[in-house]
Design a protein. Structure first.
Length: 555
């Protein structure tokens, strides 16, 4: 990696902000914005770094004294009619009270209570929004793909009373991978590291995956579940990805938090970047509610894919739930039948191509398509098949009913596919046959445990096939990387959809629109600022509005 000290200013194209975390100091009244930056050089090099901005000041606006002559809030006001003030995000509440009321109320008063004033503007955006806007305004064309690491934990299901104990965890990032085994779990295996590498070589799909992606694997056996977590997070601080993704993050993060709490370890020390001073290290996990109440008072359960959990910790990487991101970026398309990782991998990554062979050129065309796909996805392992039309069978499929309710059937030809080691013209491929290849990017399957399902499968693997289970865990982490390389949810979509918004609010379309509108108003030819929303969103005139429910009765 290029050293920051060796970079010349004239070689820099610009600086991009990947994500920003705001934290308050544990001492005094200071605050800090930790910015994950990427420095873009003219030669195309991109250098990640962490920048600390202390006491960054953001604006807010108050109606000029001579114009404070209305009692209702306006939608917006022209900048020329406002006074602009600057303060830190931490001091925002007190500064608003000073400018609006002339004093700071004793005790804590929420910003939304202060925002009841019809003369306050611009506080619906945060300092993070303002700082992201500053970066985008300075370098509007610098939007590069985000880098994504994958991670997964496995918990104890083989011992009674130990459910939830972390027995292994892996993290992967491009050509690097790390797995930590709990010593107690693998104490009966003499050479855990050697057996892990051996197992990778023994499983063709995994061998191809590691060799194709050039993965350098580090294996360790550690004393406690807390050490499992700490060592994995330590690797992420070293690698500096933009995002650290889980699938169904609440499962993993809840277990990680419980583990660190049990051992009395400060989560802020583990997740915050090591370069930060102690008074700025911070950790908070906001667990989304499992249900919400509609306007009409109906309590609705939220599917895990609809929940948006969030980790606030100042680091070079942002923990994120790839499952919820997948759901949120596809709301318009409706709900998927399942949000299990294996199902989504099959939908987005699995490949199944076949062709009737009329000449050798048809086989060449099929294999060329295979080369095209595998060149885009290093580490793919193809399975080959051939089929002879003489062995085909016909099955009637019920497709519809006619007007009289009689079933309509269509014939479906079922090919009998025979597996082969490779497709070779003149040996197992010739005119009249069909050739096929498949690429499977799902979770690892093991014949030894095919007779088990659910938790019984995990129990079987944890007791009789421990190293294979560790490899299974590693592949799950890599699959998260491969999935995002295909669909670009974390690499680019989340950035494009969020614009100036904080990723923590990615699940709230109204909040994202509010932030967009704020900066749109500011950039009008005659600049304006949006009014601030308060905790009192009702008016006495609302009683005359017709409810959205009961329209059939009214009609």
């Amino acid at each position: 990696m290029t050293e920051l000290k060796s970079i010349k200013r004239e070689d820099v194209v610009g600086i991009e902000a990947k994500h920003i975390t705001h934290v308050n100091s544990k001492n005094g009244k200071d605050d800090l914005h930790v910015v994950k930056e990427v420095i873009h050089l003219k030669d195309g090099t991109r250098i990640p770094r962490l920048r600390k901005i202390e006491n960054y000041k953001r604006p807010f606006w108050v109606t000029q004294k001579g114009r404070q002559n209305h009692t209702d809030k306006k939608d917006f006001e022209y900048v020329r009619n406002l006074d602009r003030y600057m303060c830190t995000q931490r001091e925002l509440n007190n500064e608003i009270q000073r400018k609006i009321n002339g004093f700071v109320s004793p005790g804590w008063v929420s910003p939304r209570q202060v925002a009841r004033s019809p003369y306050l503007y611009g506080i619906d955006v945060t300092s993070v929004n303002c700082l992201k806007y500053d970066y985008r305004k300075a370098y509007p064309d610098l939007i590069s793909p985000n880098t994504v690491a994958g991670g997964d934990i496995e918990t104890n299901v083989y011992e009674a009373g130990m459910d939830g104990e972390i027995i292994c965890m892996s993290v992967t990032f491009k050509d690097r991978a790390y797995i930590a085994y709990l010593k107690k779990w693998v104490s009966d295996i003499e050479d855990v590291k050697g057996e892990t590498f051996k197992e990778i070589q023994n499983i063709p799909e995994v061998k191809a995956l590691f060799e194709g992606r050039g993965i350098q694997l580090e294996v360790e056996v550690v004393e406690t579940p807390a050490n499992v977590v700490i060592e994995c997070i330590r690797r992420l601080h070293q690698w500096k990805p933009d995002f650290f993704s889980f699938w169904n993050m609440d499962f993993d993060m809840s277990k990680i938090i419980a583990c660190l709490d049990y051992y009395g370890i400060d989560k802020a020390e583990v997740f915050s970047d090591p370069s930060l001073p102690p008074h700025y290290k911070h950790f908070h996990y906001k667990q989304d509610l499992g249900s919400n109440v509609s306007v009409s008072g109906v309590n609705k359960t939220k599917d895990p894919s609809d929940q948006w959990h969030w980790v606030t910790a100042p680091a070079s990487f942002q923990c994120i739930d790839a499952m919820s991101t997948y759901r949120l970026t596809r709301l318009a398309g409706g709900k998927a039948p399942s949000y299990g990782l294996d199902y989504i991998l099959s939908v987005e990554l699995a490949v199944d191509e076949s062709k009737e062979l009329k000449s050798e050129d048809d086989l060449k065309s099929l294999l060329k398509e295979l080369d095209r796909i595998t060149s885009k996805r290093p580490g793919s392992y193809p399975y080959y098949f051939t089929s002879d039309p003489k062995n085909d069978t016909v099955q009637l499929m019920h497709v519809d009913d006619d007007e009289d309710g009689n079933p309509i059937y269509e014939e479906q030809i079922l090919h009998k596919w025979e597996p082969v080691e490779e497709l070779v013209w003149g040996e197992n491929c010739s005119v009249g046959l069909r050739a096929r290849f498949t690429l499977d990017y799902g979770k690892l399957k093991f014949p030894e445990a095919d007779h088990k399902v659910g938790v019984d499968w995990h129990r079987e693997m944890q007791t009789k096939h421990k190293i294979k289970y560790g490899v299974y865990n590693l592949v799950d982490s890599i699959r998260l990387e491969q999935l995002d390389e295909q669909i670009d949810d974390l690499a680019s979509n989340i950035t494009l959809y969020s614009k100036y918004s904080d990723y923590r609010n990615f699940n709230s379309n109204p909040r994202r629109l509010c932030v967009d509108m704020h900066f749109w108003y500011l950039n009008r030819p005659d600049p304006c600022v949006m009014a601030s929303s308060s905790d009192e969103q009702v008016s006495e005139l609302d009683q005359w509005c017709i409810s959205a429910s009961g329209w059939i009765k009214i009609v």
